[in-house]
Design a protein around this ligand. Structure first.
Ligand code: ATP
Ligand code: MG
Length: 448
């Protein structure tokens, strides 16, 4: 992508309305603009990150055996009356009427709709287990939308729903999602900690929140420090096998959010020097809730002995748009964002220090073409800005590598490769620079 033809409205000043660093940087880097309170437009750079996060989420859901579909954003109120949640949900639900005076709502979550679909389609225990997911916008009229996309009113969520014949099988479905979540967040360069959590309005008796530690997080959390060093399950983890030992390893050390925290247990189970009390960002939340929806909504299948059995269900959310903010909270410095390669909007910023100079332009065009042929995604800074401004804005948007090309270097047969995170720079011949970038980037594309 040539910057001269891209749409990247960067801001020099920090917008006053933004309280936390990720929100400030997302506005400054031209990733989002607020449309109204808690509702955002995703500008091209922000959308690229959102899509890369979505892809990782999708790949790990698919790997674990979940199946993608797409449900609408708008739902009928009557469906929510079947579960009893229409009245229970409260003012967070955006309700309205269509032209025929039918009561409608903008979905804050999808348990009812998926249960209806499943109930109307599935008759036999032979059609179980299944896990269906979609990645779709939700609306919750939050009392206090804040921190940009971290607590929006409209936000993108991945939500999955599992259907099983009995509680033991449902527990395995829960385990598969648990492992998929560990991998999903690790692939984005995040250390997530699963913590025993409250089930809230979704209901149920088994639940974990996946938390990223960050000072700006809205949750207060308590855990054993060893959880930060556990190894994330590899890509070839056997989802058909018994995941219980793995889950045991991740759930045995103490970890709880505020609502579930017990001081006495914490002190008894965790040695003082390993007691971590911190703030965190909830990036995912998984629930097992048995027949809470299948029973009232009549989602039953015929069991092996012919009897009708209400299916055992769970639901599994990931805050896809919240993750954009969470990754920035975890990965930035004084100059701006520092994207981990797997979620970066582009992998390399190719910076032309003297656009309009024939030799420099030619060298840049050649490098641009060669990097793209090698499968590297490049933002080519080909504008006539002065060098200082280019450096500042490229540091701000945080692409993992910069390839800096100026007239003097070109004359000496040299270009500069800079790694955004470490600030390390090396001068190399153009050939060697391309080779080095391709190597570094391929090594960092897959973090787990
Ligand atoms: P919170 O406690 O942060 O309000 P929640 O428990 O109500 O979230 P869930 O119903 O568990 O949210 O939704 C699944 C995931 O969706 C959450 O783990 C979070 O990452 C994300 N999410 C929830 N609410 C918002 C929001 N207002 N803005 C952005 N992401 C959100
Ligand atoms: Mg939650």
């Amino acid at each position: 992508m040539r910057l001269s033809r891209f749409f990247l409205p960067v801001l020099r000043e920090t917008p006053k309305e933004a309280e936390i660093i990720s929100h400030q940087l997302m506005l400054r880097a031209g990733m989002v603009r607020q449309a109204s309170a808690g509702i955002y437009s995703w500008l091209p750079l922000g959308l690229k990150v959102l899509q890369r996060i979505e892809t990782i989420v999708r790949e790990e859901q698919d790997r674990s055996g979940a199946i993608e579909m797409l449900m609408p954003t708008l739902q009928q109120a009557d469906l929510w009356r079947e579960s009893g949640r229409y009245d229970a949900y409260g003012p967070e639900m955006l309700r309205f009427r269509d032209r025929h005076e039918r009561e409608m709502l903008y979905g804050p979550t999808n348990e009812e709709l998926i249960t209806q679909i499943f109930r109307d389609a599935v008759r036999s225990y032979r059609d179980l287990p299944r896990n269906l997911y979609h990645i779709q916008w939700k609306f919750r009229d939050e009392v206090r939308p804040r921190f940009g996309v971290m607590r929006g009113r409209e936000f993108l969520m991945k939500d999955a729903y599992s259907f099983d014949i009995n509680a033991a099988a449902a527990r395995q479905a829960y385990h598969r999602m648990f492992v998929a979540y560990l991998r999903t967040f690790a692939r984005m360069g995040l250390k997530s900690i699963p913590m025993a959590a409250d089930t809230g309005p979704i209901g149920g008796d088994l639940s974990h929140e996946f938390i990223i530690l960050a000072e700006t997080g809205e949750s207060r959390v308590y855990c054993h420090a060893d959880l930060l060093d556990l190894r994330v399950p590899p890509a070839d983890v056997d989802f058909a096998g018994d995941l219980a030992p793995l889950i045991e390893q991740w759930t045995k050390p103490y970890a709880a959010t505020d609502e579930k925290h017990e001081d006495v247990r914490f002190a008894a189970e965790v040695p003082a020097e390993k007691r971590l009390s911190a703030r965190g960002i909830e990036v995912g939340h998984i629930f097992f809730f048995g027949t809470k929806y299948s029973e009232p909504m009549g989602c039953r299948v015929q069991g092996p002995d012919g009897s009708m059995i209400a299916v055992q269900m769970g639901s599994y959310g990931i805050g896809v748009s919240r993750l954009v903010g969470a990754i920035i909270e975890a990965s930035h410095d004084a100059a701006g964002i520092v994207w981990p390669v797997p979620v970066a909007p582009f992998e390399v910023a190719l910076i032309n220090l003297k656009a309009g100079d024939k030799d420099t332009d030619r060298a840049c065009e050649d490098l641009y073409a060669r990097l793209m042929r090698a499968g590297v995604s490049v933002l080519y800074e080909d504008t006539e800005e002065r060098a200082g401004a280019k450096f500042a804005s490229m540091d701000l948007i945080g692409l993992p590598f910069q390839l800096i090309v100026g007239p003097k270097g070109v004359k000496n047969g040299e270009v500069e490769v800079k790694e955004r995170r470490s600030g390390e720079r090396v001068n190399l011949a153009p050939d060697a620079a391309v080779k080095r970038l391709v190597e570094l980037i391929s090594a960092r594309r897959l973090l787990v």
